[in-house]
Write a protein that binds this ligand. Sequence first.
Ligand SMILES: NC(=O)c1ccc[n+]([C@@H]2O[C@H](COP(=O)([O-])OP(=O)(O)OC[C@H]3O[C@@H](n4cnc5c(N)ncnc54)[C@H](OP(=O)(O)O)[C@@H]3O)[C@@H](O)[C@H]2O)c1
Length: 312
Amino acid sequence: MSKMEAYKRIALVTGGNKGIGLEICRQLALNGTNVILTARDEKRGKEAVEKLTKDYGLTNVIFYQLDVTDLSSIESSVGFVKSQYGKLDILVNNAGIVGHEFSKPIAEKINNGGDSSYILEVQAKLQAADLKFLAAMTIEPYEKAKECIDINYYGTKAMCEAFIPLLQLSESPRIVNVSSYFGKLEFIPGENIRNEIGNISTITEVRLEELLGTFLEDFKAGRLKESGWPDMSSAYTVSKVAVCAYTRILAKKYPKIIASSVNPGYVKTDINLNTGVISTEEGAKGPVMLALLPDGSSSGQFYDETELCSFE
Ligand SMILES: NC(=O)c1ccc[n+]([C@@H]2O[C@H](COP(=O)([O-])OP(=O)(O)OC[C@H]3O[C@@H](n4cnc5c(N)ncnc54)[C@H](OP(=O)(O)O)[C@@H]3O)[C@@H](O)[C@H]2O)c1
């Protein structure tokens, strides 16, 4: 029996080459889970696995190339997991991007690391979810907004749909969808949209995706505010709210699977130019806890780091 086979649970993590995803892989592997660290870039993914082996002596992590927006890549990974393990126990949908870009002077100021008082100001404003400040520092081109919805929501959904047959062969299947602080409904200003998305008795995947389509049309037409959408960090917020809503729909549709969504916290990673206030070790705690939830735990819930939190 190989070392990989000696471990019981099989987990697959998307966007595992860096940031929170890499740390989720490390913590799951330390826990004794067999981890398939996936990344869209083969070189970055293989280097991440080598790092986990070299720095932590972990031999129960392997690499598989996976871009969550590429259906053939998803299908190939399903085929791999099926042939190697015959099932999947834990799916962590961590891969994600922000739909905005930091404006050039701001990015330079932060990246050069020279202006530490400015970095502290940025941290305080972002921690306080100061959306006006965020808007002043960022630009949100339509193409980036669309890419954000495609990766964060449709990528998560495609992964769930593709792996659910293998998850259903597990004795304790878990899905963890990494959302955000902005994944809470309260960040959608429009009451009608909030009520529709928040009504678990009536919301469906079809309706959720109609709303995403409307959001992108409104974005293109420059009428976000009057249509009830957030007009700052809008695609990121809408994508993460949709991830939480989709997780609730999943939980209802597949009662055997424990599906959760989670805000990992404001974590120091490339996604926020490393302005975050907690380490990846702290940020991975929530997703890992949810990946290892005991049988009988409640499904469809949203967590703020390791604490249960209301989606509404
Ligand atoms: N950091 C925070 O404060 C924070 C807060 C709330 C939520 N989150 C969420 O946490 C998750 C991880 O983010 P992070 O902070 O660790 O940021 P990160 O360091 O930028 O990592 C993002 C990861 O997602 C991968 N990715 C992007 N698009 C992909 C695709 N199409 N297919 C596969 N992988 C893809 C990236 O791969 P490449 O290296 O190839 O780009 C990278 O591995 C995201 O969902 C993010 O929204 C983060």
